[in-house]
Design a binder for this molecule. Sequence first.
Ligand code: SAM
Length: 282
Amino acid sequence: MTGTLVLVATPIGNLGDLSPRAVEELSAAGLICCEDTRRTGKLLAHAGITGSRLKRLDDHTERAGIEVVLEQLAAGHRVALVSDAGTPAISDPGERLVAAVVDAGYDVSSVPGPSAVIAALVASGLATSRFVYEGFLARKGGERADALARIAAERSTTVMYESPNRLAATLRDLAAACGGDRRAVVARELTKLHEEFVRGTLTELADWADGGVKGEIVVVIAGAAPPAAADDDAVVAAVRAAMEAGSSRRDAISKTASDLGVRRGRVYDLALTIPGGVTPSS
Ligand code: SAM
């Protein structure tokens, strides 16, 4: 018999979101790893679970905790991992533990449930078919600048976490990087009494946040608009310019297709209309 690590999602503000299966798994686990034993102890008490063995596993203790978890799994026990709120391993400890457990050949399972990233995204009204999760932005330096540039260029919706006291500055930086008219949503206090979705442009949201914001925050940012489709004249001009700069016809067509984001076949057909220079054999 081999053990299993089970990642159990817990409420992000509304205790009613603790699922029956989460209660079942937490009751059955031989060991529950958590960020804060007092906080998880309260959740277990609320769910009527008594006698559980709790072990602290946060960013500082994760390395040592991994050894203990692997020993438990080797002994055939079921180990549960919870974080203070939401889904473990999403901007919370667990990522390295799961990788180590997978590497050691044990099973990993999850009891899905609340996560602020999904709760904010689905209610944002922005595109959900593709999205990128950025977690918390680096506070300064090149890493922050890189993240802002990445978000500015991103075509999919971006979801990120931010603390209330840094929200206004981050929205200003996002407006500078993405353009102030990019649509975004601030989701605040999800699942709680004062849940709120504030929708607008990045500039409007930054102005709103300047007034001071409290509570837990998710920022959802619309993807960058696709570039305007190149018209036929622009395609022909680009092929002509590339050839005049010394490219072969084939290279000029490939370069134009990639630079303008146009189908290669369309560039080829338009290249045939260029008098003289560009012919199928050139
Ligand atoms: N693992 C968690 C999850 O699945 O959502 C996230 C943990 S991360 C350390 C905590 C951050 O998540 C908060 O600072 C906030 O940005 C976001 N968050 C958590 N609960 C939230 C809530 N009820 N409303 C809005 N944002 C929340």
